[in-house]
Design a protein around this ligand. Structure first.
Ligand SMILES: Nc1ncnc2c1ncn2[C@@H]1O[C@H](COP(=O)(O)OP(=O)(O)O)[C@@H](O)[C@H]1O
Ligand SMILES: [Mg+2]
Length: 285
């Protein structure tokens, strides 16, 4: 179908070929008789925030886990930073895995460890650092995600939902990754908490130059921080491109998703933002 081809090809108009960080080709994943991915293709470019949407149970988390190498695949090729993990020696695979950080969907922290100890888990596993240095690094990450220093010695049960997400993000950033996977990072947060978390992700993405793969149901997130959006339905990516392109599509699934009740909220938010953009700039002398 031409319209879908346009989304893929039109993602980065202008000729220069974008640097592909994640490339998924003809991916098939199943559990027993149930086929979840039916020949899925997807690319994620360096330095972008890619929002990944799809109905509940369609396989967003399964795809995330497949890219991470945590779910067996039946066919297809997945490359991250140009490398196919199935072809790597164990040491190369570990090196590859240190270039990304993950905030899992129920990505809670270890409840028996403090925030600082949680953030230090990946450092302990992957690096050979002194306790003093790990303490300093953990405090830097805590500051980076906007938590107060006294959160360091708290246990997850002593934190609000938003603080747990921030701490989990700090842990995902523990090894200074180039690529971050976020599986529904704002689910369970109230709208203000979700908007603040989006802003944090957007700021970190820019300042750290991250590439972000973000599964989300949150249309506000798609609008506020995603450079492109990919939509999953029936085991395939049915469209990928700028949000505007998907919003303008007449694909039935996209129409239902974006122009339903929640889509109305999205359009209202966009109208509001456009209003603000059109305010005359203050005059300066
Ligand atoms: N380990 C597993 N074993 C069997 N079925 C699974 C497993 N993991 C996921 N599934 C199934 O795969 C489908 C996609 O799940 P998931 O990726 O979690 O959906 P979502 O898009 O909501 O994240 C669901 O039907 C789920 O039940
Ligand atoms: Mg999921």
């Amino acid at each position: 179908m031409t319209s879908l081809a346009t989304f893929e090809n039109g993602a980065r108009a202008g000729g220069e070929s974008p640097d592909v960080v994640i490339s998924v080709r003809d991916l098939v994943v199943g559990f027993g008789d149930k086929i979840v991915m039916k020949g899925l293709d997807l690319e994620v470019y360096r330095g972008e925030v890619l929002g990944f949407v799809g109905g509940s149970g369609q396989g967003k988390s399964v795809l995330t886990r497949a890219i991470l190498g945590l779910v067996p695949t039946r066919a297809g090729v997945i490359r991250v930073f140009g490398q196919d993990r199935d072809k790597l020696a164990p040491a190369e695979r570990r090196a590859l895995e240190q270039r990304w950080g993950v905030l899992f969907q129920n990505g809670a922290l270890f409840s028996g460890l403090t925030v600082k100890q949680n953030i230090q888990m990946p450092m302990r596993e992957m690096r050979d650092l002194s306790q003093g240095l790990m303490d300093e690094l953990a405090m830097l990450k805590i500051e980076l995600v906007g938590l107060a220093p006294d959160a360091a010695d708290k246990f997850p049960s002593e934190l609000s939902g938003g603080m747990v997400k921030r701490a989990a993000l700090a842990r995902a950033l523990a090894l200074d990754p180039e690529l971050v996977f976020l599986d529904e990072p704002t689910s369970g947060l109230d709208p203000i908490g979700a908007a603040e978390f989006d802003e944090l992700i957007g700021t970190l993405q820019k300042t750290l130059g991250l590439t972000v793969f973000m599964v989300t149901h949150d249309l506000d997130s798609l609008y506020s921080i995603c450079d492109r959006v990919a939509a999953l339905a029936e085991g395939r990516v049915i469209a990928a491109g700028p949000l505007e392109t998907l919003l303008a599509s007449d694909h039935p699934w996209l129409r239902a998703y974006f122009h339903g009740v929640r889509g109305g909220r999205l359009r209202a938010a966009r109208a509001e933002q456009e209003d603000e953009e059109w305010k005359p700039a203050p005059t300066t002398r």
